[in-house]
Design a protein around this ligand. Structure first.
Ligand code: F6P
Length: 364
């Protein structure tokens, strides 16, 4: 029997389990492959003895409905910059990629499938260049990976944000308030834009279009021109005022280089209050709720399609490639293409035009 090893790395996202199940089912049907999972991204392979699990039909039955990942994950498992504590208690990073590749070979693994976002696919490419037979499957709620039209988990996050938005509309209306909903998305406005259109926001603020407080105030004042009104704003965590900076905490976790974004919703509330907003303003920061729970049907289907494709690519030896969803079809592209650029929202994207045409202001 040939062996596939699956790892899930980086932040979790609804649909990961559906990919794991699809790979396992497709492999089982081939009768020539068995599937193993590394616990907590590649950390499982770097443990002695390795922490890996054989993925059987029984272990993966019904998991497509569950959020999270049965293999667990971490954003501190980069084998090329692995965090280690030194004798004096301080932390540093070391390159353990050769050890990782060696351990994978000793386990008799023929193909590795790495399910992860931008950071994880950069690791896939580096390991591929060192000779590891690896395939990438894109994953992120942010939808910010180029070379794929959509990532699974994104549509679920948009649904969760839209459900939250709808709830905020009814309370905004009864209190005549301005409600701000801060959503995730890192440096791209995909979740915010989709939520704003689906929910019917008055204002949508995204990283790609820096905002001006006076423009937002103009929109709000129009909503209150008869005295009483209400307004709902969606703001992406990576949005920033024109000439200003994104709001977040500097990365301080060794092994996790990310800045923790968050708080721009409160910044906006203070600014609106400072500018004599005619109503009370409240902010909701949705946070990790967007990443949890059951994937919606669309994401289960997309994730299943990507899992089956990843198995076929492993079977056919298409290494150094990543699964993609393009033009309503599942295909593959070189991982280098997927990581070559960040997928920002183009300000001329048809959905931005759509949003403007139904009266949504971008604060510009
Ligand atoms: O990339 C997914 C994401 O949820 C972003 O939207 C968010 O900025 C970040 O991860 C949060 O990361 P963490 O879970 O490490 O706080």
């Amino acid at each position: 029997m040939k062996k596939i090893l699956i790892a899930t790395g980086g932040g979790d996202c609804p649909g990961l389990n559906a990919v794991i199940r699809a790979i396992t089912k497709a492999a089982k049907r081939s009768k020539e492959w068995e599937v193993w999972g590394s616990i907590e991204a590649f950390n499982g392979i770097l443990k002695y003895p390795p922490e890996i699990v054989k993925l059987t039909r029984k272990k993966t039955a019904g998991i497509h409905v569950r959020g999270g990942t049965i293999l667990k994950t971490t954003n501190k498992g980069n084998p090329l910059a692995y965090p280690v504590q030194q004798e004096d208690g301080s932390w540093t990073t070391i390159d353990r990629s050769d050890e990782l590749i060696d351990n994978i070979r000793k386990l008799g693994i023929d193909a590795v499938i790495n399910i992860g976002g931008d950071g994880s696919q950069r690791i896939s490419q580096a390991l591929f260049e060192k000779g590891l037979p690896i395939i990438g499957v894109p994953k992120t709620i942010d939808n910010d990976l180029s070379a794929t039209d959509l990532t699974f988990g994104f549509s679920t996050a948009v649904q969760i944000a839209t459900d939250a938005f709808d709830k905020l509309v009814s309370t905004a209306e009864s209190h005549h308030r301005v409600m701000i909903l801060e959503v995730m998305g890192r440096d791209a406005g995909w979740i915010a834009l989709h939520t704003a259109i689906a929910g019917g926001a008055e204002v949508c603020l995204i990283p790609e279009i820096p905002f001006h407080i006076d423009k937002i105030m103009e929109k709000i004042l129009k909503r209150y021109h008869k005295g009483r009104g209400f307004a709902n704003i969606v703001i992406a965590e990576g949005a920033k005022p024109a000439g200003g900076e994104v709001i977040g905490e500097k990365a301080h976790d060794i092994g996790d280089p990310h800045v923790k974004l968050g708080g721009v919703g409160n910044f906006l509330r203070w600014k609106l209050e400072e500018n004599n907003c005619p109503a009370q303003v409240r902010t909701t920061i949705l946070g990790h709720v967007q990443r949890g729970g059951t994937p919606i049907a669309f994401d289960r289907i997309l994730a299943t399609g990507m899992g089956v494709k990843a198995f076929e690519m492993a079977r056919d030896g298409q290494f150094g490639q990543m699964v993609t969803f393009r033009n309503n079809n599942i295909e593959s592209v070189p991982i280098t293409e997927a990581i070559s650029q960040y997928k920002y929202l183009d300000p001329n994207h048809y959905l931005i035009k759509t949003a403007r045409s139904v009266g949504i202001s971008f604060g510009d």
